[in-house]
Design a protein around this ligand. Structure first.
Ligand code: GLA
Length: 376
C-alpha cells in the first residue's frame, strides 16, 4: 500500500493502555464520527497492545481476548467499517509485544493473513523483545512482505522508535510511517524532548513514508495510561501545530467520547490539517532566525503551488519574540517579492513590509501561518 499523505486517526494506547474492550472501541468509533473528526480526516481507529490472549491457539494463530472482545476481532472490524472508518491493530517484531503478549516473530505471514481475514486496514508493528542476531531491517522487511502478500490493503506502521538507524532502511520495508522518536508522555518535557529528537530526521520525512513523532496527547489533561502531569491548552495547541507542520501522522490519543471544547478546536483545526496533508509532502526546514532564544523554534515548509507554511513556536516558559528574515525562505529583497500571511489559529492577516518578521509569542504559545508570495 502506498499512502500519499500522513495517516490520521486514533489509537488506544495513550489513554487506555491495557484497559481496552469492545464497547470502548464501539463508543470511540461512534464518537469519532459524531464529533466530526472523521469528516476532517481522522479515519483509522487503531487498537494498540494488549488485545490478545497470552497464548496462540493450536494452529499457532493469535486469539483475541474473549473477555475484552467477546465477539472476536472480525466483529470489531465490521462495526468500525460500518461507521466508514478504517480498522487498525497492533503486533510486534519480537517474540512478545512490549506489554508481554505474543509477538509476530516467526509468525509474520500467518499473522498478516489473520489480520487480513479479520478486515484489518492498518498494522502498527513494535520492536520490543526482538532478536538480537537478526537486524531490525530484516524483521520489518518480513512483515512488510507478509502484509503485501496477505490479500488485503494493510497500511504498515513501523514502530522501532528510530532505533538501529531506522531512517536508513525503513523505506525498503514498505512501511508508510515509521516512529522516529521514543514514546510520548502527557507532559510538556516529553513533547519538547520529541521535538529535539526529530530535529536531525526531517530530511527523511517523505511522501509514502512519514516520520511518526508518536500519538498526540492533546486533550488528555494528565488522565490515562501515559497521562502523568498533563499539559495546558496552549501547550496542546503548540504540540498539535508542530506535529501538523512537520508532516507527522496525526493519531489522536485522548478519550474522544469526552473532549473539551478546546480539544475539539485544536484537533479540528482544518487549516492546520490542510498543511499536514499538503500533497507536496516537502521536507520541513528549521530556520536560524535571529536574536533567537534557545526555546524559540521556527519551522517552514513549502506547500503545493508555491505557498509556504511557517510556524513560530515558543517552547519556553517566558514570553519571547520570534524573528526571521525572508531570505531564509528564498525571498531576499532582491527578488522584489514578499509574503502575504494568514495566522491559522486567529485568522489574522498581514503583508510583510520589511525584510524580516518579528512576532511576539506568549509562554508555550505558537503562531502558524500560511503564506503566499506577492510582488512588493
Ligand atoms: C511501545 C510503543 C508504544 C505502545 C507500547 C505498547 O512502547 O512505542 O507506542 O505501542 O509499546 O506496549
Amino acid at each position: 500500500m502506498v499512502k500519499m499523505t500522513p495517516p490520521m486517526g486514533w489509537n488506544s494506547w495513550n489513554t487506555y493502555g491495557e484497559q481496552i474492550n469492545e464497547s470502548l472501541i464501539f463508543e470511540t468509533a461512534d464518537a469519532l464520527v459524531d464529533s466530526g473528526l472523521f469528516a476532517k480526516g481522522y479515519e483509522y481507529l487503531v487498537i494498540d497492545d494488549c488485545w490478545s490472549l497470552k497464548e496462540r491457539d493450536e494452529k499457532e494463530r493469535l486469539v483475541a481476548d474473549p473477555v475484552k472482545f467477546p465477539h472476536g476481532m472480525k466483529a470489531v472490524a465490521d462495526y468500525v467499517h460500518s461507521k466508514g472508518l478504517k480498522f487498525g491493530m497492533y503486533s510486534c517484531a519480537g517474540n512478545l509485544t512490549c506489554a508481554g503478549y505474543p509477538g509476530s516473530f516467526e509468525h509474520e505471514f500467518l499473522d498478516a493473513e489473520t489480520f487480513a481475514e479479520w478486515g484489518v486496514d492498518f498494522l502498527k508493528y513494535d520492536y520490543c523483545y526482538h532478536s538480537s542476531i537478526i537486524h531490525g531491517k530484516y524483521l520489518y522487511q518480513r512483515m512488510g512482505l507478509a502484509l503485501e502478500n496477505c490479500g488485503r490493503d494493510i497500511l504498515f506502521s513501523a514502530c522501532s522508535w528510530g532505533a538501529d538507524q531506522t531512517h536508513e532502511w525503513i523505506k525498503s520495508t514498505g512501511a508508510s510511517m515509521w516512529r522516529s522518536t521514543g514514546d510520548i508522555f502527557d507532559t510538556w518535557e516529553s513533547i519538547k524532548e520529541l521535538v529535539k529528537q526529530q530535529n536531525c530526521l526531517h530530511p527523511y520525512n517523505a511522501v509514502g513514508c512519514f516520520n511518526d513523532m508518536d500519538m498526540l496527547v492533546v486533550g488528555m489533561y494528565g488522565k490515562g495510561n501515559v497521562g502523568l502531569k498533563g499539559c495546558n491548552d496552549t501547550q496542546y495547541k503548540t504540540h498539535f501545530s508542530i506535529w501538523a507542520l512537520l508532516g507527522s501522522p496525526l493519531m489522536i490519543g485522548c478519550d474522544v467520547r469526552h473532549m473539551s471544547e478546546e480539544t475539539k478546536r485544536i484537533l479540528g483545526n482544518e487549516e492546520l490539517i490542510l498543511i499536514n496533508q499538503d500533497k507536496a509532502c516537502r521536507q520541513p526546514i528549521k530556520l536560524n532566525g535571529f536574536w533567537q532564544e534557545e526555546d524559540c523554534i521556527i519551522y517552514a515548509r513549502q506547500l503545493e503551488h508555491g505557498e509556504i507554511a511557517i510556524g513560530l513556536f515558543n517552547l519556553g516558559q517566558e514570553a519571547t519574540y520570534a524573528r526571521f528574515n525572508l531570505d531564509e525562505l528564498g525571498l531576499p529583497l532582491s527578488t522584489g517579492r514578499t509574503l502575504k500571511m494568514k495566522e491559522l489559529w486567529t485568522g489574522e492577516e498581514l503583508t510583510v513590509k520589511n525584510a524580516s518578521v518579528i512576532w511576539k509569542l506568549d509562554p508555550y504559545d505558537c503562531a502558524v501561518f500560511r503564506a503566499k508570495v506577492e510582488k512588493r
